[in-house]
Design a protein around this ligand. Structure first.
Ligand code: MSP
Length: 522
């Protein structure tokens, strides 16, 4: 079959993207969180039987990169090459399973940006105009009076704001406003969580301006040249947004199923510019924008100058990438803001992971080793306690899956930990260490059942939790004598799969951290 025809017969993969990070600083908590969240969703989808295409990357053009390169006396390309290596290093450290990494300086990307621009220009949707406007160098954007604070001053985020008269190219964004409002209203899942949609619709109550999509080379050279006028480069947002399409242009994966982004870049870039650009080009919009909130560190703004948000990444080193992944997913309710602190991190590490999960595994290995020569017994007695535990698993996995269907990973984990806590309560209630001392046949049957149930419960937990803590779950499953989990189908219902499995002698999933962890400076 000819190569391209193959796509016609293959179901298109679940296509998920993250925002592409600015190549103008070090990776930090916000970048890490978004990659982890997207990775957990990707792994979960793969284990659910979907083919997945997971894209992330780096946003490498623009004034700030040009300025930093100039300051450091290096070529912008050399600078972004260096930064790309650091950002990719973070992905490795966090065990991110992306399928592709796009950099906006790559030819495959530039080609598509220029095709988009040319097409819009040919359709008469890009025109040249002159404007005198307020311009923020820091944000690389023109401002209007709407952007001022109530007292008339410019918000701090814009830095120095100056008046500039400039000839530029404009995309006729405003003509797509009625379509966009209708699209958002008729696709209630387009912007998730729902309350973010209302904010966008509120923004769209005011008439939109056309979008300036160029920068004169006299001011900025580090960008993609406009194909129809090489004395201009492309506005960074037009350039950056196109990455989602350029990375898969020849693969047939469009439209994206979900763009995972932070709330700061929802409106206007992702909720307004991007769908309108695509509409103008006759391309389907993405199916969904999944908008997460903002991390603070010790209740302080994550700031580049203090490095507080970058320092938090050291927790992945000290406590392991999986503990860090778990903490981020558990602590931030998707859509809402969250705070990172040493205290909450260590509490979750000790309580949720060490005591609740890690100790349970060791208790099991210990008891099975001591009483059954390391082979998990078959369940013999079946009393109220066992029935309740199995019922609780059914309830928890149902809640887990329902929450996950809305990408509410934190709620899913919360539901799972109800089950893990119940397993701890179950083992306390059964007191297998006492049963082991009894000579009664009933007690022996209860002991069999207790260890069989804890083993099975841990197998189920290790399976569903693999996308969140891949290496830890591989270790957990291997240590209870089971193969690592590669898929969910048939693996999430209560079974006797563990019977006879040979457990390891000992397994430390979450070693106690001796040295006091330094609080990330704020
Ligand atoms: N380059 C643009 C995105 C272009 S997408 C076509 C950009 N880059 S960024 O480096 O500033 O941010 C990358 C992602 O990290 C964004 O989704 C942003 O919301 C997220 N975060 C950056 N800081 C954050 C926090 N403190 N908390 C949570 N996420 C935040 O924007």
């Amino acid at each position: 079959m000819p190569y391209c025809l193959g796509y016609l017969f293959m179901p298109s993969p679940f296509y998920i993207t993250t925002a592409i990070d600015y190549a103008n600083g070090s990776p930090h908590l916000g970048h890490a969180y978004e990659k982890v969240l997207s990775d957990v969703i990707s792994r979960h989808m793969r284990m659910s039987g979907r083919k997945v295409h997971f894209l992330t990357g780096l946003d490498e053009h623009g004034q700030k990169v040009q300025q930093t390169a100039l300051k450091r006396g290096v070529e912008p390309q050399a600078l972004v090459d260096e930064i790309a290596a650091v950002f990719k290093g973070m992905l490795g450290d966090l065990n991110i399973s992306h399928d592709d990494y796009i950099r906006t300086t790559e030819p495959r990307h530039k080609k598509v940006v220029q095709q988009f621009l040319q097409k819009l220009f040919d359709q008469g949707l890009i025109y040249k105009g002159q404007k005198t406007d307020w311009y923020s160098t820091r944000q690389e954007q023109f401002l209007t009076d709407k952007d001022r604070d109530a007292d008339g001053s410019w918000p701090e985020i814009y830095g120095e704001v100056t008046q500039t008269t400039e000839e530029n190219f404009y995309f006729k964004l405003s003509q797509f406003q009625p379509w966009l409002v209708e699209h958002i209203k008729s696709h209630p899942d387009f912007i998730t969580p729902r309350f973010r949609q209302n904010q966008v619709l509120e923004f769209l109550k005011e008439p939109m301006n056309d979008l300036c999509i160029s920068r004169p080379k006299s001011r900025l050279t580090w960008g993609i040249e406009l194909p129809f006028d090489t004395s201009f480069v492309t506005y960074v947002w037009f350039d950056a947004l196109t990455n989602y399409y350029s990375a898969v242009a020849d693969k047939g994966f469009w439209p994206a199923d979900v763009h995972v982004i932070g709330k700061d870049i929802l409106s206007p870039p992702h909720a307004v510019y991007w769908p309108c650009m695509l509409k103008a080009l006759g391309i389907e919009p993405p199916r969904q924008l999944l908008v997460h909130g903002w991390w603070t560190v010790n209740n302080q703004k994550a700031s580049k100058s203090s490095g507080n948000a970058t320092n938090t990444l050291s927790f992945a080193d000290s406590h392991g990438a999986d503990a860090f992944r778990y903490y981020l997913c558990r602590e931030m309710v998707v859509g809402q803001d969250a705070d990172f602190s040493t205290t909450t991190f260590e509490n979750r590490y000790k309580a949720d992971l060490g005591n609740n999960l890690g100790n349970l595994v060791n208790r099991l290995l210990n008891m099975v080793g001591r009483n059954y020569a390391g082979a998990i017994p078959a369940a013999a007695a079946d009393e109220e306690l066992e029935k309740n535990l199995r019922q609780l698993w059914s309830d928890s996995i149902k809640k887990y899956n329902e929450a996950f269907a809305d990408y509410q990973v934190s709620h899913a984990l919360e539901a799972l930990w109800v089950f893990i806590s119940a397993m701890n309560a179950y083992i306390e209630a059964r007191a297998p260490w006492k049963l082991a001392k009894s000579t009664e046949a009933d007690d022996r049957a209860r002991l069999d059942s207790c260890l069989a149930h804890v083993a099975e419960g841990l197998r189920l937990v290790g399976t569903i939790l693999t996308p969140v803590m891949p290496a830890t779950c591989d270790k957990l499953l291997t240590n209870i004598g089971r193969p690592v989990a590669t898929h969910f189908e048939g693996e999430l219902t209560w079974s006797a799969a563990c019977t006879g499995s040979k457990v390891a002698e000992k397994c430390i999933l979450f070693p106690p951290i001796e040295a006091p962890t330094e609080t990330p400076s704020a």
